[in-house]
Every structure is written in C-alpha cells, then in structure tokens.
Unconditional design. Structure first.
Length: 272
C-alpha cells in the first residue's frame, strides 16, 4: 500500500538527520601536502646524518649559501684590519676572537641598519645566507660553537655541549674538519691552526685564509690573524702572504707539512 505524503516527509527528515549527525571520515594524510609537525618530524629536524656533531638543520647544504657565507666571512675578517668594528668586544681581541666574531656576523641578516654600522667593509655586495640568520640558528640559536666531541643529540641543547664562545683548540677540534697540510683543497674562509706550545694564554693559534675564489689557492694568497694580547699590549691584526710566512724567522710559524707545530688547514663544519 502506498505511503501517505505525511509519512514520506518524516522519512526524508529522519534520513537527513542521520546523515548530518554522522562523523566525517578522517582525511588521508598520505596525499596532504602540509603534514602537521609530529614527534617524527621533530626528530628528523635534529638529525645528524653526517655524524659531525652538528644538527643537519644548522648546516649550509646549499652551495650558494656556502659561497655567500665564505665571502662575508673573509670580508668581515679582513675589514677589521682597516677599521675595527665596535661590535667586536675588546675583551675578545685575540686570534680565536677574530674568527668567532666574523663567523657570527657572517650568519646575520645584513640589512641597511647592519650595513650602516660597517662603513669599512672590503666587500658588501654579497647576498645573505638564505637558510637562516643568526641569532635564529635552527636548534642552536646563539650557542653556535660545539665544546666537546660526539654526535649531535637533542639532549645537547640542554647541557653545555654548545656555547656562545669557544677557545681556538675547541674551534679546531669540534667545529671544523681537517683538510690537510697542503693547499690542494683550501678555499677562501678556511682556517689555519698552529700549536703554540709554551703559551698558556693561547696554546693554539688560528688564522683566516683569505684567498681568491677565482683561482686555486697558492702561497701568493694572504692570511689574516690577530696576534693576541701580550703582557700589557693588546696585540694587533696582521695580513701576511703565505709565502712570507714560510720565511718567518721562527720556523714554528711556517705553513709547511714538515712543521710539526703547523696543524694544517681546516673548514667550518657547517660548510662541509
């Protein structure tokens, strides 16, 4: 027997209510372009796949970023020779202090305010590092120098593994990679380290290789370094050709493979 119009009307309403009150199906996460952050992705961001002690997120994995960092690092370090930056603290004026200062400043955003305070830059026509800018370094923030050996672990962020500063020996051991004692693989912005036996204030000495990115490194290239304070003297900055260092009257400073005091050439881990 046919249903009455009134019964049919109530049947339609009932079906609509059931459908409207039923929960929607969960969206598929396999095809979503914007996957929400989970514990898995947080762990991935703190990974250290190359086991160098630094989180991969803090390393410059783009060649353009690496090149721009090098250019800033060399420009800032060399510029101190002509006019010392007031932002470079007086109590940080030594060989390691120079490279720490240039390292931090190279990672910053070089906007008009920053450039306005640096009128003596050797080269300012350089693009910024794009991946991040100091002090917002991924995970590390301002504690950008490693102070002990080991792979990176998230617990390092809560202890003293990373710090805002580090002595030359720790910069060499935990923040750079060894390139060798020859110039074969050296690029502008790489570092030289020496044993400075007998000097309790500065047991290791560091220099910045300036070089020229347009050609292979040679002994005609320059290095720049700070001599460090001595007695009541504050020390000075020096720019010297490698060829002239080879003629230094004290053989300890010869950048030669046979010199046991010359530890070799090194590269920042974030560039390697």
């Amino acid at each position: 027997m046919a249903s009455s119009p009134k019964k049919y009307f109530f049947l339609v309403i009932a079906i609509w209510l059931v459908q409207s009150c039923s929960p929607e199906p969960e969206p598929s996460t396999t095809s979503e372009p914007n996957v929400p952050i989970t514990s898995t992705t947080r762990l991935a961001s703190a990974s250290d796949l190359d086991a160098d002690g630094f989180p991969d997120a803090s390393e410059l994995d783009d060649e353009t970023d690496r090149r721009n960092f090098r250019r800033w690092f060399v420009s800032i370090a060399e510029s101190q020779l002509y006019k010392e930056d007031p932002a470079w603290r007086q109590d940080d004026h030594d060989c390691a202090g120079l490279i720490r200062f240039a390292y931090r400043e190279s990672l910053k955003q070089h906007d008009s305010k920053w450039l306005g305070s640096k009128p003596f830059l050797v080269d300012a026509a350089i693009a910024d590092v794009r991946k991040y800018n100091y002090p917002k370094v991924p995970l590390l923030q301002t504690k950008i120098f490693r102070t002990r050996e080991g792979n990176f672990e998230e617990t390092n962020l809560a202890d003293t593994t990373f710090a805002v500063t580090a002595l030359a020996a720790k910069l060499r051991s935990y923040n750079t990679v060894f390139l060798g004692k020859s110039l074969e693989h050296v690029q502008p912005g790489d570092l030289l380290f020496y044993l400075n036996t007998g000097d309790a204030q500065m047991p290791q000495h560091s220099m910045v290789f300036l070089g020229d990115s347009r050609r292979p490194a040679s002994f005609d290239d320059y290095v720049i370094y700070h001599t460090g304070p001595r007695d009541d003297k504050p020390g000075v900055l020096k720019k010297v050709r490698l060829a002239d260092l080879l003629k230094h009257p004290d053989e300890r400073w010869h950048p030669a493979p046979e010199n046991r005091y010359f530890l070799g050439y090194y590269r920042w881990k974030i560039l390697d």
